[in-house]
Design a protein around this ligand. Sequence first.
Ligand code: SF4
Ligand code: SF4
Length: 456
Amino acid sequence: MEFQSPPLLDPDIAAVAPPRFHLLSKPSGSTCNIDCTYCFFLSKEALYPDATHRMSEATLDAYIRQLLESHRTPDVTVAWQGGEPTLMGVEFFRKAVALVGKYRRPGQQIQQTFQTNGIALDDEWCAFLKANDILVGLSVDGPKEMHDTYRVTRGGKGTFDLVVEGWQCLRKHGVEVNVLCTVNAANQRQGRRVYQFFRDELGATWLQFIPIVERATAQTIHIANQGWSERPREKRLLYTQTGTLVTERSVGGGQYGQFMVDIFEEWVRHDVGRVYVQLFDVTLDAYLGRHTLCIHAPTCGYGPALEYNGDLYACDHFVEPGFMIGNIHETHMQELVASPQQRKFGLDKRDTLTRQCQRCDVRFLCNGGCPKERFVQSREEEPGHNYLCEGLYRFFAHTRPAMEQMGRLYCAGSAPAEVMQWTAAQDRQRGAYAPCPCGSGRKFRFCHGARAIGAA
Ligand code: SF4
Ligand code: SF4
Protein backbone atom coordinates (compact mmCIF):
# COMPACT_ATOMS: atom_id res chain seq x y z
CA MET A 1 0.00 0.00 0.00
CA GLU A 2 1.40 3.39 -0.92
CA PHE A 3 2.39 5.58 1.99
CA GLN A 4 0.89 9.06 2.06
CA SER A 5 2.58 11.68 4.16
CA PRO A 6 0.05 13.46 6.34
CA PRO A 7 -0.45 17.21 6.26
CA LEU A 8 1.43 18.87 9.10
CA LEU A 9 -0.79 19.80 11.98
CA ASP A 10 0.50 23.37 11.88
CA PRO A 11 2.08 24.62 8.62
CA ASP A 12 4.34 27.01 10.57
CA ILE A 13 6.39 24.15 11.94
CA ALA A 14 6.77 22.48 8.54
CA ALA A 15 10.29 23.79 8.00
CA VAL A 16 11.66 22.54 11.30
CA ALA A 17 9.71 19.43 12.36
CA PRO A 18 11.82 16.29 12.00
CA PRO A 19 10.18 13.84 9.58
CA ARG A 20 10.78 11.03 12.05
CA PHE A 21 12.05 10.62 15.59
CA HIS A 22 12.66 7.82 18.07
CA LEU A 23 10.58 8.43 21.15
CA LEU A 24 11.15 6.27 24.23
CA SER A 25 7.98 5.89 26.29
CA LYS A 26 7.92 5.00 29.95
CA PRO A 27 4.46 3.68 30.77
CA SER A 28 5.42 2.78 34.35
CA GLY A 29 7.63 5.84 34.79
CA SER A 30 10.78 4.93 36.69
CA THR A 31 9.18 2.07 38.65
CA CYS A 32 11.05 -1.21 38.45
CA ASN A 33 10.84 -4.67 39.99
CA ILE A 34 14.59 -4.85 40.63
CA ASP A 35 17.17 -2.44 42.03
CA CYS A 36 20.26 -2.21 39.80
CA THR A 37 22.92 -0.29 41.69
CA TYR A 38 23.96 1.80 38.70
CA CYS A 39 20.45 2.63 37.44
CA PHE A 40 20.14 6.36 36.77
CA PHE A 41 16.43 6.11 36.13
CA LEU A 42 15.11 4.68 39.42
CA SER A 43 15.69 8.03 41.08
CA LYS A 44 13.36 9.82 38.66
CA GLU A 45 10.46 8.91 40.92
CA ALA A 46 11.54 12.00 42.85
CA LEU A 47 10.15 14.09 39.97
CA TYR A 48 6.64 12.76 40.65
CA PRO A 49 6.60 12.06 44.39
CA ASP A 50 2.87 11.55 44.94
CA ALA A 51 1.92 9.78 41.76
CA THR A 52 1.04 6.20 40.83
CA HIS A 53 3.50 6.13 37.91
CA ARG A 54 1.14 4.28 35.58
CA MET A 55 0.18 5.54 32.14
CA SER A 56 -3.57 6.15 31.85
CA GLU A 57 -5.63 5.05 28.86
CA ALA A 58 -6.07 8.71 27.88
CA THR A 59 -2.30 9.26 27.79
CA LEU A 60 -1.74 5.98 25.94
CA ASP A 61 -4.28 7.03 23.31
CA ALA A 62 -2.77 10.52 22.93
CA TYR A 63 0.74 9.08 22.72
CA ILE A 64 0.04 6.54 19.98
CA ARG A 65 -2.20 8.89 17.97
CA GLN A 66 0.22 11.82 18.10
CA LEU A 67 3.25 9.66 17.37
CA LEU A 68 1.68 8.22 14.22
CA GLU A 69 0.32 11.62 13.17
CA SER A 70 3.75 13.23 13.60
CA HIS A 71 5.70 10.94 11.28
CA ARG A 72 6.16 11.90 7.66
CA THR A 73 8.20 8.79 6.87
CA PRO A 74 6.55 5.40 6.37
CA ASP A 75 8.66 3.83 9.15
CA VAL A 76 7.63 4.51 12.74
CA THR A 77 9.11 2.99 15.89
CA VAL A 78 6.90 2.57 18.94
CA ALA A 79 9.44 2.02 21.73
CA TRP A 80 8.51 0.87 25.24
CA GLN A 81 10.98 1.30 28.05
CA GLY A 82 11.19 1.85 31.77
CA GLY A 83 11.56 1.58 34.62
CA GLU A 84 10.23 -1.83 33.77
CA PRO A 85 7.37 -1.92 31.25
CA THR A 86 6.19 -5.45 32.17
CA LEU A 87 4.85 -3.88 35.40
CA MET A 88 1.98 -2.52 33.28
CA GLY A 89 0.71 -6.05 32.59
CA VAL A 90 0.01 -7.66 29.20
CA GLU A 91 -3.49 -6.12 28.95
CA PHE A 92 -2.06 -2.60 28.74
CA PHE A 93 0.04 -3.59 25.75
CA ARG A 94 -2.88 -5.37 24.07
CA LYS A 95 -4.62 -1.98 24.17
CA ALA A 96 -1.49 -0.29 22.84
CA VAL A 97 -1.31 -2.72 19.91
CA ALA A 98 -5.01 -2.11 19.17
CA LEU A 99 -4.41 1.66 19.16
CA VAL A 100 -1.49 1.26 16.77
CA GLY A 101 -3.88 -0.57 14.45
CA LYS A 102 -6.51 2.13 14.89
CA TYR A 103 -4.27 5.13 14.15
CA ARG A 104 -1.87 3.63 11.62
CA ARG A 105 -2.18 5.27 8.20
CA PRO A 106 -2.10 3.35 4.93
CA GLY A 107 1.46 2.32 4.10
CA GLN A 108 2.89 3.06 7.55
CA GLN A 109 5.31 0.37 8.77
CA ILE A 110 5.33 0.12 12.56
CA GLN A 111 8.22 -1.46 14.46
CA GLN A 112 7.42 -2.03 18.13
CA THR A 113 10.27 -2.48 20.61
CA PHE A 114 10.21 -3.46 24.26
CA GLN A 115 13.17 -3.06 26.64
CA THR A 116 12.96 -5.31 29.70
CA ASN A 117 15.05 -6.78 32.51
CA GLY A 118 13.41 -10.12 31.70
CA ILE A 119 12.42 -10.99 35.28
CA ALA A 120 8.67 -11.19 34.68
CA LEU A 121 8.69 -12.82 31.26
CA ASP A 122 6.53 -15.95 31.08
CA ASP A 123 4.66 -17.88 28.39
CA GLU A 124 1.82 -15.34 28.27
CA TRP A 125 4.24 -12.42 27.76
CA CYS A 126 6.39 -14.21 25.23
CA ALA A 127 3.40 -15.45 23.20
CA PHE A 128 2.08 -11.87 23.12
CA LEU A 129 5.44 -10.42 22.06
CA LYS A 130 5.82 -13.00 19.31
CA ALA A 131 2.24 -12.66 18.04
CA ASN A 132 2.72 -8.92 17.64
CA ASP A 133 6.22 -9.09 16.19
CA ILE A 134 7.66 -6.97 18.98
CA LEU A 135 11.46 -6.73 19.10
CA VAL A 136 12.66 -7.28 22.68
CA GLY A 137 15.74 -5.70 24.21
CA LEU A 138 16.94 -7.84 27.13
CA SER A 139 19.36 -6.42 29.70
CA VAL A 140 22.20 -8.84 30.53
CA ASP A 141 25.64 -7.74 31.72
CA GLY A 142 27.56 -10.91 30.79
CA PRO A 143 28.19 -14.18 32.66
CA LYS A 144 26.62 -14.66 36.08
CA GLU A 145 29.38 -13.22 38.26
CA MET A 146 29.51 -10.03 36.17
CA HIS A 147 25.76 -9.65 35.70
CA ASP A 148 25.05 -10.19 39.39
CA THR A 149 27.50 -7.51 40.52
CA TYR A 150 25.08 -4.63 39.93
CA ARG A 151 21.86 -6.10 38.52
CA VAL A 152 20.26 -7.12 41.81
CA THR A 153 16.85 -7.42 43.47
CA ARG A 154 15.71 -5.06 46.21
CA GLY A 155 17.04 -7.66 48.64
CA GLY A 156 20.46 -7.47 46.98
CA LYS A 157 20.30 -10.87 45.25
CA GLY A 158 21.68 -11.33 41.75
CA THR A 159 19.09 -11.61 38.98
CA PHE A 160 21.08 -13.65 36.45
CA ASP A 161 19.17 -16.93 36.87
CA LEU A 162 15.80 -15.19 36.43
CA VAL A 163 17.01 -13.32 33.35
CA VAL A 164 18.26 -16.52 31.75
CA GLU A 165 14.82 -18.08 32.36
CA GLY A 166 13.30 -15.07 30.60
CA TRP A 167 15.76 -15.44 27.73
CA GLN A 168 14.90 -19.13 27.34
CA CYS A 169 11.20 -18.34 27.33
CA LEU A 170 11.72 -15.71 24.60
CA ARG A 171 13.72 -18.22 22.55
CA LYS A 172 11.09 -20.93 23.01
CA HIS A 173 8.48 -18.60 21.52
CA GLY A 174 10.75 -17.42 18.72
CA VAL A 175 10.78 -13.76 19.82
CA GLU A 176 13.45 -11.58 18.19
CA VAL A 177 15.83 -10.39 20.93
CA ASN A 178 18.57 -7.79 21.11
CA VAL A 179 20.85 -8.22 24.15
CA LEU A 180 21.70 -4.94 25.85
CA CYS A 181 24.83 -5.10 28.00
CA THR A 182 26.25 -2.29 30.05
CA VAL A 183 30.02 -1.85 30.23
CA ASN A 184 30.96 -1.13 33.81
CA ALA A 185 33.72 -1.60 36.38
CA ALA A 186 32.84 -5.27 36.85
CA ASN A 187 33.12 -6.41 33.22
CA GLN A 188 35.27 -3.72 31.56
CA ARG A 189 38.39 -5.92 31.35
CA GLN A 190 36.49 -8.91 29.98
CA GLY A 191 35.22 -7.77 26.59
CA ARG A 192 35.98 -10.96 24.72
CA ARG A 193 34.71 -13.18 27.51
CA VAL A 194 31.44 -11.24 27.70
CA TYR A 195 31.06 -11.45 23.92
CA GLN A 196 31.84 -15.16 23.81
CA PHE A 197 29.31 -15.76 26.57
CA PHE A 198 26.57 -14.04 24.56
CA ARG A 199 27.52 -15.75 21.32
CA ASP A 200 28.39 -19.26 22.52
CA GLU A 201 26.34 -19.78 25.67
CA LEU A 202 23.24 -17.66 25.10
CA GLY A 203 23.27 -17.96 21.30
CA ALA A 204 22.55 -14.23 20.92
CA THR A 205 23.12 -12.60 17.53
CA TRP A 206 22.15 -8.94 18.20
CA LEU A 207 24.25 -7.13 20.79
CA GLN A 208 24.38 -3.60 22.11
CA PHE A 209 26.97 -2.33 24.59
CA ILE A 210 26.35 0.80 26.65
CA PRO A 211 29.02 2.44 28.84
CA ILE A 212 28.05 3.12 32.45
CA VAL A 213 29.16 6.64 33.32
CA GLU A 214 27.51 7.82 36.55
CA ARG A 215 28.37 11.42 37.22
CA ALA A 216 28.62 12.82 40.73
CA THR A 217 29.82 15.90 42.55
CA ALA A 218 32.10 16.16 45.56
CA GLN A 219 28.90 16.41 47.64
CA THR A 220 27.18 13.37 46.13
CA ILE A 221 30.04 10.98 45.36
CA HIS A 222 29.90 9.25 48.75
CA ILE A 223 26.21 8.41 48.52
CA ALA A 224 26.52 7.76 44.78
CA ASN A 225 29.10 5.05 45.42
CA GLN A 226 26.68 3.39 47.81
CA GLY A 227 24.05 3.13 45.06
CA TRP A 228 22.54 6.61 45.36
CA SER A 229 20.88 6.04 48.73
CA GLU A 230 22.19 5.57 52.26
CA ARG A 231 20.53 2.18 52.54
CA PRO A 232 19.04 -0.29 50.03
CA ARG A 233 15.34 0.32 49.29
CA GLU A 234 15.50 3.91 50.53
CA LYS A 235 14.63 6.71 48.13
CA ARG A 236 17.45 7.60 45.81
CA LEU A 237 18.96 10.99 45.24
CA LEU A 238 17.59 12.49 41.98
CA TYR A 239 20.17 11.74 39.30
CA THR A 240 21.01 14.70 37.09
CA GLN A 241 23.79 15.22 34.54
CA THR A 242 26.00 17.21 36.88
CA GLY A 243 29.43 16.80 38.40
CA THR A 244 32.85 15.92 37.09
CA LEU A 245 33.42 12.84 39.25
CA VAL A 246 32.28 9.32 38.45
CA THR A 247 31.22 6.44 40.68
CA GLU A 248 33.33 3.35 41.33
CA ARG A 249 30.92 1.39 39.14
CA SER A 250 31.60 3.53 36.07
CA VAL A 251 33.68 2.22 33.20
CA GLY A 252 37.11 3.81 32.75
CA GLY A 253 37.27 6.26 29.83
CA GLY A 254 40.01 4.36 28.03
CA GLN A 255 38.80 0.97 29.18
CA TYR A 256 35.50 1.35 27.32
CA GLY A 257 37.41 1.55 24.03
CA GLN A 258 39.62 -1.39 24.95
CA PHE A 259 36.50 -3.44 25.78
CA MET A 260 35.04 -2.72 22.34
CA VAL A 261 38.39 -3.38 20.60
CA ASP A 262 38.63 -6.72 22.41
CA ILE A 263 35.21 -7.67 21.03
CA PHE A 264 35.94 -6.29 17.57
CA GLU A 265 39.08 -8.40 17.21
CA GLU A 266 37.03 -11.53 17.89
CA TRP A 267 34.14 -10.44 15.66
CA VAL A 268 36.24 -9.43 12.66
CA ARG A 269 37.82 -12.91 12.55
CA HIS A 270 34.74 -15.09 13.05
CA ASP A 271 31.37 -13.38 13.08
CA VAL A 272 30.91 -10.61 10.50
CA GLY A 273 27.48 -11.05 8.90
CA ARG A 274 26.48 -13.53 11.63
CA VAL A 275 26.53 -11.48 14.85
CA TYR A 276 25.40 -7.83 14.87
CA VAL A 277 27.02 -5.40 17.28
CA GLN A 278 25.35 -2.00 17.24
CA LEU A 279 28.52 0.10 17.51
CA PHE A 280 30.18 -1.83 14.65
CA ASP A 281 27.11 -1.40 12.44
CA VAL A 282 26.79 2.32 13.09
CA THR A 283 30.52 2.85 12.54
CA LEU A 284 30.36 1.16 9.15
CA ASP A 285 27.27 3.25 8.38
CA ALA A 286 29.24 6.41 9.22
CA TYR A 287 31.93 5.41 6.69
CA LEU A 288 29.12 5.22 4.16
CA GLY A 289 27.91 8.69 5.16
CA ARG A 290 24.94 7.65 7.30
CA HIS A 291 24.54 8.44 11.00
CA THR A 292 22.14 5.95 12.52
CA LEU A 293 22.84 6.41 16.25
CA CYS A 294 22.34 9.76 17.96
CA ILE A 295 25.44 9.35 20.13
CA HIS A 296 27.81 9.49 17.15
CA ALA A 297 25.72 11.69 14.87
CA PRO A 298 26.72 15.35 14.39
CA THR A 299 23.50 16.55 16.06
CA CYS A 300 20.77 14.87 18.11
CA GLY A 301 17.44 15.87 19.64
CA TYR A 302 15.24 13.31 17.90
CA GLY A 303 15.14 10.80 20.77
CA PRO A 304 12.76 12.36 23.30
CA ALA A 305 11.47 10.49 26.36
CA LEU A 306 7.80 10.36 27.33
CA GLU A 307 6.92 10.00 31.00
CA TYR A 308 3.82 8.05 32.07
CA ASN A 309 1.76 11.26 32.46
CA GLY A 310 2.50 12.76 29.04
CA ASP A 311 5.47 14.95 30.04
CA LEU A 312 8.00 14.97 27.23
CA TYR A 313 11.73 15.41 27.91
CA ALA A 314 14.60 16.20 25.53
CA CYS A 315 16.17 12.74 25.88
CA ASP A 316 15.99 9.62 28.02
CA HIS A 317 19.23 10.74 29.69
CA PHE A 318 17.92 14.20 30.45
CA VAL A 319 14.70 13.47 32.28
CA GLU A 320 15.22 16.31 34.69
CA PRO A 321 13.44 19.63 35.30
CA GLY A 322 15.53 21.84 32.98
CA PHE A 323 14.95 19.57 30.00
CA MET A 324 11.18 19.08 30.01
CA ILE A 325 9.78 20.39 26.74
CA GLY A 326 6.06 20.12 27.47
CA ASN A 327 3.15 17.74 27.94
CA ILE A 328 1.39 16.01 25.06
CA HIS A 329 -2.03 16.69 26.62
CA GLU A 330 -1.36 20.41 26.23
CA THR A 331 0.79 20.63 23.09
CA HIS A 332 0.96 18.22 20.17
CA MET A 333 4.06 16.03 20.21
CA GLN A 334 5.08 17.19 16.74
CA GLU A 335 5.20 20.78 17.92
CA LEU A 336 7.22 19.80 20.99
CA VAL A 337 9.91 17.95 19.03
CA ALA A 338 10.08 20.89 16.60
CA SER A 339 10.26 23.49 19.40
CA PRO A 340 13.20 25.92 19.51
CA GLN A 341 14.20 24.46 22.89
CA GLN A 342 14.45 20.93 21.50
CA ARG A 343 16.20 22.03 18.33
CA LYS A 344 18.76 23.94 20.38
CA PHE A 345 19.30 20.84 22.53
CA GLY A 346 20.11 18.85 19.40
CA LEU A 347 22.27 21.50 17.72
CA ASP A 348 24.29 22.13 20.90
CA LYS A 349 25.77 18.69 20.41
CA ARG A 350 27.61 20.03 17.36
CA ASP A 351 28.00 23.63 18.45
CA THR A 352 29.69 22.94 21.79
CA LEU A 353 32.42 20.60 20.53
CA THR A 354 35.81 21.30 22.05
CA ARG A 355 38.68 22.32 19.77
CA GLN A 356 40.21 18.91 20.34
CA CYS A 357 37.08 17.29 18.88
CA GLN A 358 36.91 19.77 16.01
CA ARG A 359 40.43 18.84 14.94
CA CYS A 360 40.16 15.13 15.66
CA ASP A 361 40.81 12.79 12.74
CA VAL A 362 37.97 10.44 13.78
CA ARG A 363 35.46 13.23 14.34
CA PHE A 364 33.48 12.13 11.27
CA LEU A 365 32.82 8.85 13.10
CA CYS A 366 32.62 10.01 16.72
CA ASN A 367 31.26 13.56 16.62
CA GLY A 368 32.29 14.08 20.22
CA GLY A 369 30.00 11.36 21.58
CA CYS A 370 27.00 12.03 23.80
CA PRO A 371 26.69 15.40 25.59
CA LYS A 372 25.88 13.62 28.85
CA GLU A 373 29.46 12.38 28.94
CA ARG A 374 31.09 15.73 28.17
CA PHE A 375 32.25 16.85 31.55
CA VAL A 376 36.05 16.65 31.59
CA GLN A 377 38.71 18.97 30.24
CA SER A 378 40.22 18.52 26.80
CA ARG A 379 43.98 18.41 26.20
CA GLU A 380 43.89 22.22 25.98
CA GLU A 381 42.01 22.31 29.32
CA GLU A 382 38.78 23.32 27.66
CA PRO A 383 35.76 22.15 29.70
CA GLY A 384 32.98 20.04 28.19
CA HIS A 385 35.13 17.31 26.66
CA ASN A 386 34.03 13.70 26.56
CA TYR A 387 35.00 11.54 29.53
CA LEU A 388 35.16 8.52 27.18
CA CYS A 389 37.37 10.28 24.61
CA GLU A 390 40.44 8.11 25.12
CA GLY A 391 38.38 4.97 24.58
CA LEU A 392 36.35 6.38 21.71
CA TYR A 393 39.50 7.42 19.90
CA ARG A 394 41.09 4.05 20.54
CA PHE A 395 38.09 2.20 19.13
CA PHE A 396 37.58 4.36 16.03
CA ALA A 397 41.30 4.54 15.17
CA HIS A 398 41.91 0.85 15.80
CA THR A 399 39.00 -0.40 13.69
CA ARG A 400 39.65 1.98 10.79
CA PRO A 401 41.59 -0.35 8.42
CA ALA A 402 39.04 -3.17 8.73
CA MET A 403 36.09 -0.77 8.54
CA GLU A 404 37.50 0.87 5.43
CA GLN A 405 37.96 -2.57 3.91
CA MET A 406 34.32 -3.41 4.69
CA GLY A 407 33.25 -0.10 3.17
CA ARG A 408 35.19 -0.90 -0.02
CA LEU A 409 33.63 -4.36 -0.20
CA TYR A 410 30.15 -2.93 0.29
CA CYS A 411 30.62 -0.26 -2.38
CA ALA A 412 31.91 -2.90 -4.80
CA GLY A 413 28.75 -4.95 -4.25
CA SER A 414 30.52 -7.65 -2.19
CA ALA A 415 29.60 -8.85 1.26
CA PRO A 416 31.36 -6.93 4.07
CA ALA A 417 31.82 -10.36 5.69
CA GLU A 418 34.65 -10.95 3.20
CA VAL A 419 36.71 -8.77 5.54
CA MET A 420 37.30 -11.99 7.50
CA GLN A 421 39.47 -13.37 4.66
CA TRP A 422 41.36 -10.07 4.51
CA THR A 423 41.94 -10.27 8.28
CA ALA A 424 43.10 -13.90 8.02
CA ALA A 425 45.66 -12.95 5.37
CA GLN A 426 47.02 -10.24 7.67
CA ASP A 427 47.17 -12.70 10.54
CA ARG A 428 49.22 -15.16 8.48
CA GLN A 429 51.63 -12.40 7.58
CA ARG A 430 51.99 -11.28 11.16
CA GLY A 431 52.59 -14.76 12.53
CA ALA A 432 51.30 -16.56 15.57
CA TYR A 433 53.94 -15.30 17.99
CA ALA A 434 53.77 -11.57 17.21
CA PRO A 435 51.96 -9.35 19.73
CA CYS A 436 48.17 -9.58 19.44
CA PRO A 437 46.76 -6.56 17.56
CA CYS A 438 44.18 -6.01 20.30
CA GLY A 439 46.91 -4.45 22.43
CA SER A 440 46.72 -6.93 25.31
CA GLY A 441 50.50 -7.45 25.27
CA ARG A 442 50.01 -11.21 24.82
CA LYS A 443 51.20 -13.18 21.80
CA PHE A 444 48.57 -13.42 19.07
CA ARG A 445 48.42 -17.20 19.35
CA PHE A 446 47.44 -17.00 23.03
CA CYS A 447 44.99 -14.13 22.60
CA HIS A 448 42.69 -13.39 19.63
CA GLY A 449 44.64 -15.86 17.48
CA ALA A 450 43.58 -18.86 19.54
CA ARG A 451 40.94 -19.81 16.96
CA ALA A 452 42.15 -17.75 14.01
CA ILE A 453 42.94 -19.24 10.61
CA GLY A 454 46.59 -20.18 10.26
CA ALA A 455 47.52 -19.17 13.79
CA ALA A 456 47.61 -22.58 15.40
S1 SF4 B 1 21.92 13.57 24.64
FE1 SF4 B 1 23.05 11.71 24.00
S2 SF4 B 1 21.59 9.99 24.18
FE2 SF4 B 1 20.42 11.94 24.23
S3 SF4 B 1 19.79 12.29 22.13
FE3 SF4 B 1 21.72 13.42 22.42
S4 SF4 B 1 23.36 11.99 21.81
FE4 SF4 B 1 21.47 10.78 22.07
S1 SF4 C 1 37.60 10.69 19.77
FE1 SF4 C 1 37.69 12.26 21.38
S2 SF4 C 1 38.52 14.09 20.37
FE2 SF4 C 1 37.83 12.68 18.75
S3 SF4 C 1 35.74 13.36 18.29
FE3 SF4 C 1 35.60 11.70 19.79
S4 SF4 C 1 35.53 12.71 21.80
FE4 SF4 C 1 36.28 14.21 20.29
